[in-house]
Each structure stands twice: as C-alpha cells, then as structure tokens.
Design a protein around this ligand. Structure first.
Ligand SMILES: [Fe+2]
Ligand SMILES: [Fe+2]
Length: 482
C-alpha cells in the first residue's frame, strides 16, 4: 500500500515539472515571456496539484480502511493458526499414545503391566484420580474388579460389580456411558464418571472405569480417542490371556508328559519284571509237566502191574484189560470226551477186573459150566475192585465205572441192577468194550466169535444190554477197523 502512495507523489511531481518546463520553453522560443503566461503556468500547476491531492486523498483513505480489514484478517488467521497448532499438538500426543500402546501390546503379555500403562494414558488425557478395570468371571459370569489404580484406592479389587452401577450397565449395553456432575457416595461429593467397554470382535470382556472428584472435568474429553484406547487395551488383554492360557496349557502338557514318562518307565519296569516272572513260571511249569509225566507213567506202570497180576491168575483173560483200555479210550475220543475224562477212562479200563483177585482161581479157570454159587462169586468182582481202589486218589474220578461195568442198560445187570442213564458214562462205555473183547476172545467153555459177529451182537443188544447211542458210535468206530 505504501509503495502505491509513493508512486502517486512521484507521478504528481513529474507532471508538475513537465507542465512548468513546457510552458517556460514555449515562452522562451516565442521570446515573449510575460506575466500572463507565468500566472497561467503557475495556476495550471496548482490546479493539477489540487486534483492530484484530491485523488491521492481518496486513494489514501480507501487504502487505510483496507489495511485495517487486512490486519483483522491476519489477527484472526494467527489466532486460528494458534488453535490449530494446539489441536495438532493434542492429536500428536494422542497418536503417540496409540503408537506407544501398540508397542506395549507387542512387547508384553503381562495383563497388569498393560492395564497400568493404559491407566497412565487415561490419567494423562482425562485427569482421572480413580481407575478400575473389571472382567467377566468365567465361572460365575459376573463382573469382578481385577485392577485398581489412581491416587484414591478403595481396595475394591476382587469385589463383584454392583448390578446397578454404571460399570454393570456399560457391560450389558456394550456402550460407553458418561455421568457428569453425578453424586459419588464414596467421595460424598459430585464428580464425573465414565465407563468404557473392553470389546474385541464383538465380544465384551470387561469394562474400564474412570472417576474424577471434579464435576464437568470430563466434559471436553475426546471420548472416541478413549474408546480407541479401550479397543487397544481389550486386544492386548485378550492376547495376553490367550498367551497365558497357552502357556499354562503348555506347562500342563509338559508336566503330564513328564508324569507319563515316569509312569511309562515304571510300567516298563513292571513289564520286564512280569516277563522275568513269566519265564520263571514257564520253567517251573515245564518242570511240573515233566514231574507229572513221570508220576503218570509210574501210575500207569503200577496199574498195568496190577492188571497183569489178574491175568496171571486167569490165563484166558490175558491181554483183556489192555485191549479193553484201548477200545474204551478210542470210543471215548469218538464221543468227544475231554482229556481228563479219557485219562480217568484209561485207569478204570485197565483196572476194571482187578476185583477178580478176590475170586478163587479154580472158578476163574473152570472148564465146565459154573454153578449158581460160583457165578455169584464171579459177580462179586466189581464190588471187590471198588473196595480195593476206593482210597486210591487218582482212581476216584472213575471208580463208579469199575463198579458198574457189568450193569445193563435194561437194568438186568449186576451188582445193583441199575439201568439207563443211572449207569455212569464210563460204566456204559466199559460195558461195550468189555463185552466186545470177551466175545472175540477164547474162553474155556467156547471159542471166540469173529469181530463182525461180535459187532452184530452189539447191534442186536443195543438198547437192552448196551446204551443205544454209545453202541451206535462203537459200531461206526468198528467199521474203521474191520
Ligand atoms: Fe468184569
Ligand atoms: Fe472184563
């Protein structure tokens, strides 16, 4: 503006000088410089000056007004710039806080450290003197204060949150709740309270609560910034929880692994011990089997010796007991008897006629027909055998077979006339084997039948003298031999 005024003055003086010089030169060349010309010239200069002054005055006043307006604009601009600078400073601080909390999230999994840091930021921006964080308890699903910071500590950590409080309502509504100039019972005065939900992916895990004893102190707070802080806090707390859970699980798994390894080693030790015991038992078992076989052989030899003693007395029955034993055992196998039953059958078969020891040799070897008394003596041999053997332990299982080997299926046998299934199984088997061998052996009073004839006789007497089923099995067995 000043430069424009200067320009006007310069122009004015140039014009005045130009008019004056032109007038004087004109008169000089004409040679008639007179008073009228000088007066005219001076008047023209003054008129020009007046005009120019008027013009410059107008210009000057307009410029000053404009200058005042511009100063106002500049002042306003400067004021606005100062406000923007302050706002920018606050924004920078907020950004720095968010950046710092991001670093905290990635640098620690200690929930206490995270919450304490968030408190410091809240305190910096909100100026709160009480700060609490409540989390939902997983078991009771109720809110419990977990952390408490600030210049006023009421030791509420571990307490359940009052259902009517702003904290509980914030948790239920999942929204930030603000109470300005609200009565605070613990302070007995009015103050401000804010409850901000800690939410991650739509899940609310807790609430941040801040309090100030000064009413309307939270009025101008940037709530969205605090909510952003709360989101960061929720994420970091959730991450820390996840990490801690994983860490605990890892510890449990390691402990379990160690325990399992110890148990495994113990089991291996037991297994080795069991294997050793098993080997020892097998060895003992082998010894017992060998011992049993020795005893068994000794029994059989003893029994065979007894059997031979009968045959030494009765020349016509030589080899009879051995053959009856072999036939009985083959028949027993065909009938599906167990090893143990076959074993009993073997002993009773070879000893079935041992009772003939008590029958006089003259009766046993008599060439002619026996008298009734003599036959009655013969019929006593099953009972005599029973009495001889009744106290021998290894014979007890089949002793009835010896006693009943002359009983008939129709009840007409001796010594007791038992019939049918009343006769023990060994007795019914011995009856057939004994009769077959007797029929196929020479006797003092007759010649031996052929095997086919003897089988036919067994067939004929099936159901009367012999058990029909066992007799049928015997006949089937005989077909493999004859
Ligand atoms: Fe007999
Ligand atoms: Fe016999």
């Amino acid at each position: 503006m000043k430069s424009k005024l200067c320009e006007l003055y310069v122009i004015k003086y140039i014009i005045m000088m130009f008019i004056l010089s032109a007038t004087l030169l004109y008169m000089y060349y004409k040679g008639n410089i007179d008073t009228r010309a000088i007066v005219l010239c001076v008047a023209a200069v003054f008129i020009m000056e007046i005009l120019l002054d008027l013009f410059s005055e107008k210009y000057r006043s307009g410029s000053e007004n404009s200058q005042r307006d511009e100063v106002g604009v500049v002042k306003g601009f400067l004021h606005k710039t100062a406000g923007m600078r302050n706002e920018l400073k606050v924004k920078n601080e907020e950004l720095k806080a968010l950046r710092d909390i991001s670093e905290i999230i990635t640098s620690t999994f200690e929930v206490k450290i995270i919450t304490e840091y968030i408190y410091e930021i809240f305190n910096k921006f909100a100026g709160c003197d009480r700060y609490l964080i409540a989390f939902a308890d997983k078991c009771s699903e109720q809110l419990i204060f977990k952390y408490e910071f600030g210049t006023i500590i009421l030791n509420e950590t571990g307490d359940f949150v009052d259902q009517e409080s702003i904290v509980a309502k914030c948790y239920e509504s999942k929204r930030t709740l603000i109470a300005l100039n609200s009565f605070i019972k613990s302070r007995n005065t009015a103050g401000d309270k804010i409850a901000i939900p800690l939410s991650v992916s739509g899940e609310t895990v807790g609430v941040i609560f801040i309090e100030s004893g000064s009413a309307y102190s939270f009025e101008k707070l940037n709530i969205s910034f605090l909510e952003n802080l709360a989101v960061y806090a929720a994420i970091s707390i959730k991450n820390a929880e996840l990490f801690n859970n994983l860490y605990e699980q890892k510890q449990e798994i390691e402990a379990l692994y160690e325990e399992t390894t110890a148990v495994n080693e113990e089991l291996n030790s037991y297994i080795n011990q069991l294997n050793k015991t098993k080997e020892e038992l097998k060895s003992k078992n082998d010894e017992l089997i060998a011992y049993y076989n020795e005893i068994h052989t000794a029994y059989l030899q003893t029994v065979t010796a007894l059997s031979n003693s009968i045959e030494a007395k009765d020349a016509y029955t030589r080899g009879h007991c051995q053959r009856v034993m072999e036939i009985s055992c083959e028949l027993g196998k065909r009938l599906g008897m167990s090893e143990s039953e076959i074993e009993d059958l073997r002993y009773v078969a070879i000893l079935h006629d041992i009772g003939k020891i008590g029958v006089p040799a003259r009766i046993l070897n008599k060439q002619g027909k026996l008298t009734d008394d003599e036959y009655n003596d013969i019929k006593k041999h099953p009972l005599i055998a029973y009495n001889i053997l009744k106290d021998v332990e290894f014979i007890k299982g089949g002793l009835d077979g010896i006693l009943q080997h002359h009983e008939r299926y129709d009840g007409k046998g001796y010594p007791y006339g038992i019939k049918g299934e009343g006769i023990c199984k060994l007795g019914r088997i011995l009856c057939i084997a004994d009769a077959f061998d007797a029929m196929t052996s020479d006797r003092p009073y007759r010649k031996a039948m052929s095997m086919r004839e003897a089988v036919s006789e067994i067939e004929r007497c099936k159901g009367s003298q012999f058990d029909p089923y066992i007799a049928s099995e015997f006949i089937q067995l005989s077909k493999q031999i004859i």
